[in-house]
Ligand binder design. Structure first.
Ligand code: NAP
Ligand code: ZN
Ligand code: ZN
Length: 358
């Protein structure tokens, strides 16, 4: 049993959403069932869900082994409408978020350190399976049931629509910025001004680092500067690589496609690090020389743990950082995908789930 506003449990958790029925299929209306809230669960009425490029990679099965039908979406914000009997962290009416995962083993050293995203048994929000084998379905839907330990609190001053992308794009940039100690005196480059990249500019700027955007063209330069970048260069101009050689402490690569990592490594100082965040479909060839010649490092980073995600949300609340969004109806999701693929997004599409309920 669980409590709702009227202390009456809903009869069933019939759920409406949008799914790809098979790899590469267009998203279409799809009905399914969510579990009834267990003792420690919360039931969330989903208000908004961001469109992450990872949704597109997975719907197209570019990373392989996708589970279909697939209901994507892991930048979820909404309001709690019911809580399990033993759930203590949230109450009906709370503004909450759900990011890229909804469970993990809870016992391994990563889980104990609050790095659940690196657990071997992370249950991702969609395209994954619960520990009992039930497939998970994401946020392009009207409701979700999640264990309270994997639910985030959204600061009251942040609007639920523009806050949604913080749950993936925000934490994916915040975590490496903190881990590699971006702050005053540090020169940070961000490759790609898309959903992830624009959050990196805002967060890196709020942390006090000097931010340079490396974009394919100068088309978005004014936006980049408005978002907080100090410098902005086009990577299609070979002069960029000459001018910026050996200049950065940290490079965050958010590009979703294959680019020549060797060329970018040369832009790092001695002991500088390039962190891969984008996940291209194909392998990228690497040479040893760009690393060896200046003791540079090439690393990767994946989203962030629950504790750090909550910390990031508080940071965003304090600094009034949210995403620049374009709100779309669920009926326009396939069109939005095409625009993301053309880098034609300023800077994150967010689905208004009221359009699914109407
Ligand atoms: P996005 O909004 O499409 O942004 C990617 C940006 O990369 C584009 O705006 C574009 O920036 C640049 N780009 C795209 N194609 C390019 C090409 N062929 N050559 C050079 N630059 C190119 O995507 P996103 O949602 O930010 O996601 C980016 C990547 O991160 C995806 O692969 C996604 O799966 C991955 N991701 C990883 C994590 C993680 O935990 N590591 C989390 C979320 C997403 P310009 O127009 O400025 O050039
Ligand atoms: Zn994502
Ligand atoms: Zn674990």
């Amino acid at each position: 049993m669980y409590k709702t506003e009227n202390h009456i449990a809903p009869a069933a958790l019939k759920t409406k959403g949008y799914a790809a029925l098979r790899p590469k299929a267009a998203l279409a209306p799809f009905s399914f069932e969510r579990r009834e809230p267990r003792e420690h669960d919360v039931l969330i009425d989903i208000k908004y869900c961001g469109i992450c490029h990872s949704d597109i990679h997975q719907v197209r099965d570019e990373w392989g082994e996708g589970t279909f039908p697939m209901v994507p979406g892991h930048e979820i914000t909404g309001v709690v409408v019911a809580v399990g009997e033993k759930a203590r962290k949230f109450k009906v009416g709370d503004k909450v978020g759900v990011g890229c995962f909804v469970d993990s083993c809870r016992n391994c050293s990563q889980c104990e350190d609050g790095l659940e995203q690196y657990c071997d048994k992370t249950v991702f929000t969609y395209n994954s399976h619960e520990h009992d084998g039930t497939p998970t379905y994401g946020g392009y839907s009207d409701k979700i049931v999640v264990d309270e330990d994997y639910v985030l609190r959204i600061p009251n001053n942040l609007p639920l629509d523009a806050a949604a992308p913080l749950l993936c794009a925000g934490i994916t940039l915040y975590s490496p910025l903190i881990h590699w100690q971006a702050g005053p005196g540090k020169k940070v480059a961000i490759i790609g001004l898309g959903g992830l990249g624009h959050m990196g500019v805002k967060l890196g700027h709020a942390l006090g680092a000097e931010i340079t955007v490396l974009s394919q063209s100068l088309k978005k330069k004014d936006d980049g500067i408005r978002l907080g970048a100090d410098y902005y260069y086009a990577t299609t101009d070979p002069e960029t690589f000459v001018k910026l050689k050996g200049g950065f402490d940290l490079i965050l690569n958010t590009v979703s496609a294959e680019i020549d990592w060797n060329q970018y490594l040369d832009l790092l100082k001695l002991d500088g690090s390039m962190v891969l965040l984008g996940i291209p479909e194909k392998q990228v060839p690497m040479g040893a020389t760009p690393l060896i010649s200046r003791r540079r490092s090439l690393s990767g980073s994946m989203i962030g743990g629950i504790r750090e995600t909550q910390e990031m949300l508080e940071f965003c609340g304090k600094h009034s950082v949210t995403s620049d969004i374009e709100l779309v109806s669920i009926q326009r999701v396939n069109e939005a995908y095409e625009r993301v693929l053309k880098s034609d997004v300023r800077y994150r599409f967010v689905i208004d789930l009221a359009t699914l309920k109407g």
